[in-house]
Design a protein around this ligand. Structure first.
Ligand SMILES: NC(=O)c1ccc[n+]([C@@H]2O[C@H](COP(=O)([O-])OP(=O)(O)OC[C@H]3O[C@@H](n4cnc5c(N)ncnc54)[C@H](O)[C@@H]3O)[C@@H](O)[C@H]2O)c1
Length: 239
């Protein structure tokens, strides 16, 4: 019960990795605000569903007000909501570029600019930002996505310094999942997924639970001396 008495915010919590993270945090005693643009399709007395488009700055501010009024504290923030809009660079439309920037990058900024300084005032907190194997290796047709996920590294290191600069125990880390069996891969052709599997040392793609465990570890006090770090969870991918 590592999270007894703790309050967590998980974005993109309706499905995939975010859903696993929410369920694991709840199983270990946390109260979780499950944030998503879609309905949260699971119920638990410890889960507060909250409909939010993370790219909407005003709505993110209102969400922060809601959290502080309802709970008075926030111990964990998992910036997990993310999308893809793939295209080769020469035919990538402005809409594809802008949408991915707004959700994957501005969405992370929108929540963290409220919750990070709040954790600093509170004296403690853990933030985990979800990047990607694509940030480390690049991927054809994902210039927009790769740009946002690489930017997560700079944000993570900056916030690790910024929120701890006055001595608060606020840790900020990133997790870079390898290719993981969730809905986000539904637009990737099967032959490409097979190729990605063979490019890992373990010869397979990840299950969302395997990524969630790493996120939950970094959110927990078991990682009390880890900050400004990126944890790659990719089965030993080599490209
Ligand atoms: N699955 C993979 O292969 C993989 C690999 C590397 C990184 N990631 C990253 O992991 C994270 C989780 O992805 P997943 O695989 O679980 O995908 P998913 O599509 O299963 O889940 C993403 C969730 O984010 C929500 N979401 C989308 N736009 C949103 C918005 N504007 N505001 C709030 N919520 C929004 C969706 O409704 C969905 O519930 C993402 O950041 C993704 O980029 C995934």
């Amino acid at each position: 019960m590592r999270f007894q008495g703790k309050v967590a915010v998980v974005t993109g919590a309706a499905a995939g990795i975010g859903r696993c993270v929410s369920e694991m945090l709840v199983a270990e005693g946390a109260q979780v605000c499950a944030v998503d643009i879609a309905d949260i399709p699971y119920e638990n007395a410890a889960v507060q569903p909250y409909r939010l488009d993370v790219s909407d700055s005003e709505a993110a501010r209102a969400f922060f007000e809601f959290m502080t009024e309802k709970y008075g504290r926030i111990d964990i923030l998992v910036n997990n909501a993310g999308i893809t809009r793939d295209a080769m660079t020469y035919k990538m439309a402005d809409e594809q570029w802008d949408l991915v920037m707004n959700v994957n990058l501005k969405g992370v900024f929108n929540l963290t600019r409220q919750i990070g300084p709040f954790m600093e005032r509170q004296g403690s907190g853990a933030i985990v930002n979800i990047s990607s194997v694509v940030a480390e290796f690049g991927n054809i047709g994902q210039a927009n996505y790769a740009a946002t996920k690489s930017a997560i590294y700079g944000l993570t290191k900056t916030w690790a310094k910024e929120f701890a600069r006055k001595g608060a125990a606020v840790r900020v880390n990133a997790v870079s999942p390898g290719y993981t069996l969730t809905d986000i891969l539904s637009t990737v052709p099967q032959d490409l997924l097979n190729k990605f599997a063979t490019q890992t040392m373990l010869g397979r793609l990840a299950y969302p639970e395997e990524i969630a465990k790493a996120i939950v570890f970094l959110a927990s006090d078991d990682a009390s001396y880890i900050t400004g770090h990126n944890l790659s969870v990719n089965g030993g991918m080599r490209l």
